[in-house]
Design a protein around this ligand. Sequence first.
Ligand SMILES: Cc1ncc(COP(=O)(O)O)c(C=O)c1O
Length: 401
Amino acid sequence: MNITSLLPSDKLAPAGRWTGFQPFNFVGGHNDASFVPSQAFQASVSRALETDGHRLAAYNLGDGPLGHLGLRQFIAGMLHRRAGMSCSEDDVLIVSGSLQALDLVNQTMLRPGDTVLIEASTYAGVMSRLDRMGVHYHGVPLDDDGMDITALASLLEELASQNIRPRYLYTIPSVQNPTGSVMPQERRKQILKLAQRYNVPLFEDDCYSDLVWEGDRPATFYGLADGKGVIYCGSFSKSLAPALRVGYLVAPWEVLSHILPYKTDAGSGALEQMVLADFCPEHYEDHVTALTQHLAQKCDIICAALDRYFGASADYKRPKGGIFVWVTLPSHVDSVKLAKLAGADGISINPGPDWSIAPEAPHQFRLCFGYPDAAIIEEGVMRLANICQQEFGVPLAIDNI
Ligand SMILES: Cc1ncc(COP(=O)(O)O)c(C=O)c1O
């Protein structure tokens, strides 16, 4: 029997086989391998298993479907301290990375044919999910401070005039992916007002907010709105390690109770939750402070390499935190083609159209710098500039390549 011939015709495209990372890997939200706190994790694993190992006998360790109680208490406290949010452990659902939060919110709130608003440049995983669900999306143009308020207001008005109410407005306000901007508090308040006026919930994805190195971290939408009309998600992927697959979704119980039934996996991995519950109270603050400083240095390294090898032809804003830089090249450069040529030379980059529906996307690309070390960053950017020069004549001069 040929199983593949029996699959439904609307199935997803088949996966390619894993062939490993490219030597110059500038894609994916990976972290810096030297900053995984392996020793402290090791101690936490031992302690967690010694005291709580027997609790693995019960689904969700017997703490119920929201996940590990101690970890939820830590998250609620941390969000209060760091992000001005008042929520209790009963408003926190532990999920398998914030990707699961996206899936759960989408399953709860969206149906084919619905409309949502997103930032015109945004996380590729969001657009692919919406495409898959048959949901329409409109992109709100971005400036250096995040969503352009005038553009958002006219988009909301235009949709309202067509009797369309977006199901949510998805935003990554702190370390916007891919632009790296941090939306100032005043802008957040204006957006909140607009969202309230048009009765559109906000879906706030805050997975990079612990990695802000420039300026103060503004209060979250969730905090500013006191949880009303906002669903929030965060993650330990960027602040600790993405392979842990531990994130969190925060919403008042009246909303969370509608989302929870869609989490049908009988709980996220409990050992990871036990380890984090042990690790975080003692180490989280110091860890993210050190990691953020380190990432800021790596950001300087990649910006210097861009300046050195692309010169004035690479237009970018130094990100205010996080792990990526969003680069705009002259308009005749095709970033999809550039990514393909670079791939053949062992360099992976994210071409603009995967991350943006803005008109400039075809000549933009994203470079992640969390994972590669300084030498790889330097050589990778140099090689990329060389390829770009040969194919598109950009940068003009290659004296120093
Ligand atoms: C904005 C945004 N949201 C969600 C995710 C998914 O992260 P995770 O599922 O590892 O928490 C990413 C990963 O890069 C991201 O950039």
